[in-house]
Design a protein around this ligand. Structure first.
Ligand SMILES: [Zn+2]
Length: 133
């Protein structure tokens, strides 16, 4: 089994490191899992293929985090939201590069990537976040 065929969080982050947001698409029912998971929660199939996730979406809901987990403390307050992507997939993520008071439900957002600069307690994995489109 090659690394490309493993539907793991590690592979998911490897793709992000390459600037790609990839989900696991169920070969049986077509449901896209992001992040990927080993078992489809809709039809219980274990057969997946990688599919690239659209970068654009709109904000469905959000929360401003004031008291953050240790590894994000220096970023607080920050916003975390659920974004509905162009293919209707809804994914959670941090919203950055916009002042919290300017965040609005329905605003267009696009996915961006960072190379990890976080503290040593946090795995040195790249992360995705949302920024205004
Ligand atoms: Zn399925």
């Amino acid at each position: 089994m090659s690394e490309q065929t493993q539907f793991t969080i590690e592979q998911f982050y490897k793709y992000i490191n390459q600037g790609k947001l990839m989900g696991g698409k169920c070969k049986k029912c077509g449901k896209i899992h992001l992040p990927p998971r080993p078992l489809c929660d809709k039809c219980f199939s274990k057969e997946f293929e990688w599919t690239e996730i659209p970068r654009k979406g709109k904000l469905l809901t959000y929360t401003i985090i004031h008291v953050a987990p240790t590894q994000f403390q220096q970023m607080a307050p920050y916003a975390v939201g659920i974004v509905q992507l162009e293919n209707d997939l809804k994914i959670p993520g941090m919203i950055r590069e916009v002042a919290p008071e300017k965040i609005k439900i329905g605003m267009p957002l696009t996915i961006a990537f960072e190379t990890s600069t976080a503290t040593s307690q946090w795995p040195q994995w790249p992360r995705y976040y949302f920024k205004p489109a």
